[in-house]
Design a protein around this ligand. Sequence first.
Ligand code: TSB
Ligand code: ZN
Length: 615
Amino acid sequence: MSDEERLKADAEQYIPSGYEPELYKLRHSTAHIMAQAVIESFPEAKVAIGPPIENGFYYDFDLSRVPNEEDLAIIEDRMKALIRQRHAFHVREVSLAEARDLFRDQPYKLELIEGMAEGQYDDYGNEMPSEAGNRITVYQHDAFVDLCRGPHVTHGGRIKANAVKVMRTAGAYWRGNERNPMLTRIYGTVFENKAGLDDYLRRLEQARQRDHRRLGRELELFTSHELIGAGLPLWLPKGATIRRELEAYITEEERRDGYQHVYTPHLAKQELYETSGHWSHYKDDMFPPMELEYENLVLRPMNCPHHILIYASKRHSYRDLPIRIAELGTMYRYEKSGVVGGLSRVRTMTLNDAHIFCTQAQIKEEFSNVMRLVERAYATLGIQEYTYRLSLRDQANTEKYVANDAMWDMAENVLHEAMDALGLPYTEAAGEAAFYGPKLDIQLRDILGREETISTIQIDFHLPNQFDLIYIGEDGQEHQPVMIHRGVVSTMERMTAYLIEMYGGAFPVWLAPTQAVVIPIADRHVDYAQEVVKRLFDLDFRVQADVSDKRMNAKIREAKLQKVPYMLVVGDQEVADQTVSVRLRSDENLGPVTLDEFEEMISQVVKRRSLALTA
Ligand code: TSB
Ligand code: ZN
């Protein structure tokens, strides 16, 4: 094997798990080709990094101006021409001095090189385990040389020019840190062939139609304002209605399952979080303290410590357990500005939270009760596709977690056993645990296929110990309870984002902001329309009359765009017979029904929280 062949074979190890190796190489190589094309268009460009990602790749540049559509088209054309030239990708190892010289005009690369020289960072600036070598390699195709550990395709002929697309630009801070310069990120993609690209673009377009940010605007559910800030959404009346119904639903389910609901303040003294361990393990996710005269107050990132102090406000015997303390708890997390967006990842959020205090012997039973509650809630909401993930600590990154091996082993065992007892399939993910304990996360995919955690059930031996929680056992002695943290329908923000996309804005009747629109055909039917509205309003339904001077068909179109479940058309016949002609947003026509009949139907549909529009 030549040196080059050895380096290339070696590079295969850098393909992340879960990535199809050929596709990874195609995308990585196309990213280099894009960088070459960008530099040809913008000779002053400083290049940063350009990795493959799910569904494509990007490359970050420091440019004199942001490329417009026309620039991107030129770049894409040039990439295709370069691909057709079938340049080979060569790799060689360089010394530190040679690397510094090669990239002397490229400050971002130089910064990466210095990181690599210290041996802690790879060519993307990511921290590396210390035992990994700090060999510096460069890949070259045509005249373009990049600091890169690979791997790449052997030559550009492997890439199909008609399967390549430059997608869009976005701003991205160098190394994701807002104190650093803002760079221009150019996203591109490439698939094995044109059919793969076309299929992807089609799915993307469908997803765009359902994007909760777009629907949130069109359906007037939520908004935001620069003066308020990123990740701090404003719930508009219609979005607030959905949220109120969701909150009422889950609170009702919990009450039946023996939860007790409380209200607690959104802030607390810094000392509270020093005791809990948030201060040493979770501080980076918290807003900085407010320094007052005698104390430091912080916005809470989690509700657990408050609930713990409610438990501790009273003495408990084993007969009281389990104690299930629930709250629609509002919390604040300092999410990086680059990752917040819409409702799915925000900086202020209200979690359907609860903390169960129980004996060790009760953990399994409580765990499966929560799982049953989750299943019930998903069935009601119509959520069908989800997977279970056991989120464990990362043994190599121990400072993120509280140290107590025996405790971790015990908690992880309990979770394994509980899941095995239920016979449910799950994957395991190291490094996804909470700092205080392992969790069982329920994962859903958004319309773009991205996985996110909705429900979570967490076993915690740590916090009860930190706060010296006790109960008096059957033996008359003091014992320490175990805590189960759990969120069933996640934060109102994340669940609403998910539901908007899953339903494409067409909510089931019980959640729909407007449940019915009454449509008078002519002016002379307006009085009767108002009468219908009043009757339904008095029965607590959310209903409006469209008394604009638009034509009936335009009114129906408008109501359908707003995804209103029922359109009640009233004309001469309906006035005479005291009926309404019911049209569903699905275009089905139920014809004239008496008001009594309609009231009965909508009452049943709402009361049962039915997913269907008819009883
Ligand atoms: C379950 N202390 C536990 C609680 O008792 C807790 O806070 N767990 S958590 O950190 O995993 O958060 C609970 C859930 O909140 C997550 O599973 C996720 O669905 C949701 N969530 C977390 N961060 C955000 C965010 N930035 N925006 C919206 N929802 C979020
Ligand atoms: Zn908690």
